[in-house]
Design a protein around this ligand. Structure first.
Ligand code: MIC
Ligand code: SF4
Length: 645
């Protein structure tokens, strides 16, 4: 039987299990990436494993998320990351070199390899034909130590592309269309594999926009074949020697096929406050906008920035709009500078922002109260921009550019004044790797610099015999990791768990941390009760690590997202799923809960357990969807404890 692209790469890296969908497999990881917001913890955890040097093929540490440096903490993190990279053999990408996913695609990604990244948009590497997966920092630390990565053997869904995009319709609209079809829920355990004649019409940066934002569907990853178009990209990056062809066999079997005619896609937008809240741009026409931001890992390639510049050339941004552009990498920025596009942007009234995540993670450029902000990024969760009342719409770069000119959303398909600029991928990119710092072969002289904000990663105690405590919080559906562990202004505490823990659930219930601490200190275990899709969004393991620090022992939800489930297990928090969704109604915030002899239940391998609601005197059955390996980790109180053992 023929194989899909995903199966070819996975089978070449398989170390445990079989590719039959649903079971647990382990794969060898070739490359890893971390960024500053997840990397400090990942490196501290790697250090705790006691190895002299990283063991995987290529480990890269990027500094891109927090480059604001208000206070000393941020700069201390950067210095720690640079020195720890030199000490353990990690390639260091300096702040200013660009956003991890964009830079990795340009300079280091290789078709056919596996990449594990401590960031949920790592699947951007799928645009070049890699199996690139986002995970928590501890899983990435294990991969850096040469350990395998465990995941559910995926079901491969084929997205069969036909036709060709019309002018003003872009790769961003394709992934928004995919989000409309699949939504952010129900895709756990799937890989989206793009196929069909439409694939050849998309450049690698366009493919990467699509695989990047596939993360919002909750899939394991997304992948394109590595074909002649991929070869052109590798050539243009001076890396043709790393190219290899990787195509699906004609008789490959897919779990499901969805057809998507590119010529029928229209300009789309994700309306507040979810990436799958898809509307047409036409339906928004005339909506006044106060802010327009181009950038983020989804849409900050040379093609994206040049398209925006070409639309703005010789024109002026509306006086009511704050307009900013963050080129995704130093390569993009310097190319825009050299060919004059940067001047076009500046002359039009753009604020040129650093090649970093910045506004996308909400650490700068928060919109005004109630403002409408149009962004080319991938997430518009409530409050993520830093302004709770702002309404963020996700759109393509040309739609953003037109809105910046008009001061309101404009339907590009009705555009009369601005001709559509046809911008193709450059034949040769500008290559300069001098902002990568290669670790020395002999690191014996390197001292790792630790500032006062950098603490040991806390460890959990082994799972207690019985859990008894309180439903410290009850939340609804689609609680994202931005709700659980806000980034933005709080990012500087990523290396300081006691300090960061004070902000757990800050946007939902600012009193939570104090209450949970009091419960913990009086010997009560904290439970969190939630609806569907708990923990969607980012890979930040702090959304498990900090609750663990506050004494949270279990999350009981209608469903929990993939990366977050793994993070909960890694830190010894039980992920429990209501057997019947009505169980959710049987717990109120503050109720006393207990799970009798949970250790024994886990050891026996039982698939369900009963949560006793003492306050309401009801029993609520919940599922334990866990492998034997995960049960062992939970019993030990977390992965770090088992790794050491
Ligand atoms: C995000 O887009 O939410 C982030 C910030 O890149 C996160 C990582 C983090 O929280 O550090 C992600 O996507 O995993
Ligand atoms: Fe950075 Fe935003 Fe991309 Fe996350 S989604 S990696 S914050 S640019």
């Amino acid at each position: 039987m023929g194989m899909t692209v995903a199966e070819k790469i996975l089978s070449g890296h398989l170390v445990e299990g079989s590719l039959t969908p649903g079971g647990e497999i382990a794969i060898r990881i070739d490359q890893t990436l971390t960024q500053d917001a997840t990397g400090t913890m990942a490196c501290l955890q790697f250090e705790a494993m006691g190895l002299p040097r990283v063991r995987n093929e290529l480990a890269v540490s990027y500094v891109d998320h927090n480059t604001i440096q208000v206070g000393f903490e941020n700069a201390d993190d950067h210095r720690y990351l640079q020195t720890v990279a030199a000490r353990y053999g990690i390639l260091f990408s300096r702040p200013g070199n660009g956003i991890c996913h964009q830079v990795h695609l340009e300079r280091l990604g290789v078709p056919g390899k596996t990449l594990l990244g401590a960031d949920s948009h790592t699947p951007m590497g799928g645009g070049i034909g890699m199996i690139a997966i986002g995970a928590g920092g501890l899983d990435v630390a294990v991969a850096m130590a040469g350990g395998a990565f465990y995941l559910t053997a995926p079901r491969i869904v084929r997205i069969q592309l036909t036709g060709r995009l019309r002018p003003w319709v872009t790769a961003k609209d394709v992934i928004l269309k995919v989000l409309q079809v699949f939504s952010t829920k129900g895709n756990v355990g799937a890989i989206f594999e793009y196929a069909g004649p439409g694939v050849a019409t998309l450049s690698v940066p366009e493919r990467a926009t699509i695989t990047n934002m596939g993360a919002e569907c909750g899939v394991t990853t997304s992948v394109f074949p590595s074909d002649a178009v991929t070869r052109l990209f590798m050539q243009a990056q001076g890396r043709e020697k790393d190219w290899r062809e990787l195509l699906a066999d004609p008789d490959a079997v897919y779990a499901r096929t969805v057809e998507l005619d590119l010529s029928g896609v229209e300009p789309l937008a994700a309306a507040p406050h979810s990436p799958d809240h898809i509307v047409t741009v036409a339906s928004l026409a005339g909506l006044p906008v106060q802010q327009v931001l181009v950038g983020s890992c989804t849409n900050s390639s040379v093609q994206d920035v040049e398209t925006v510049a070409a639309i703005l050339k010789g024109r002026k941004v509306a006086p009511t709009v704050a307009f900013g552009v963050a080129p995704g990498s130093r390569q993009v920025l310097s190319m825009a500078a050299e060919d004059g596009r940067l001047a076009d942007l500046i002359n039009a009234g753009a604020r040129i922002l650093e090649s970093a995540c910045g506004f996308c993670i909400g650490n700068s450029l928060s919109p005004a109260t109630d403002a409408v902000s149009l962004r080319t990024s991938n997430r518009n969760f409530e409050g993520r921009s830093g302004t709770a009342s702002a309404r963020v719409y996700l759109v393509s770069p040309p739609v953003a550019a037109l809105a910046a000119l008009r001061g309101a959303v404009a339907d590009p398909m009705k555009e009369r004044e601005v001709p559509y600029p046809v911008v193709v991928m450059p034949k040769a990119f500008r290559i300069d790797d001098s902002m990568f710092i290669v670790p020395p072969a002999d690191a014996s002289g390197v001292t790792v610099a630790r500032g006062p904000n950098i603490g040991e990663p806390p460890r959990n105690a082994p799972l207690p015999v019985t859990l008894a405590g309180v439903a410290a919080l009850r939340v609804g559906d689609k609680i994202t990791t931005d709700h659980i562990m806000p980034a933005g202004a709080r990012l500087k505490y990523r290396s300081n768990i006691p300090a960061y823990s004070q902000y757990v659930f800050e946007p939902v219930d600012p009193g939570f941390a104090k209450r949970a601490t009091q419960n913990r200190d009086s010997g009560l275990h904290n439970f969190i009760v939630a609806g569907e899709s708990y923990g969607q969004g980012s890979s930040r393991e702090h959304a498990a690590l900090c609750p663990m620090y506050l004494g949270v022992k279990a999350v009981i939800a209608k469903s929990i997202e993939r990366i977050h489930t793994a993070n909960l297990i890694n830190f010894g928090i039980l992920p429990l799923v209501f057997e019947d969704p009505s169980g959710y109604e049987k717990i109120a915030a503050g109720d006393r809960l207990s799970i009798d002899l949970i250790r024994v239940t886990l050891e026996k391998g039982a698939a369900t357990v009963v949560v006793r609601n003492e306050t309401q005197a009801v029993d609520i059955p919940v599922k334990l969807v866990l492998t034997d390996r995960q049960r062992k980790i939970l019993l030990a109180g977390g992965l770090l404890n088992t790794f050491k053992a």
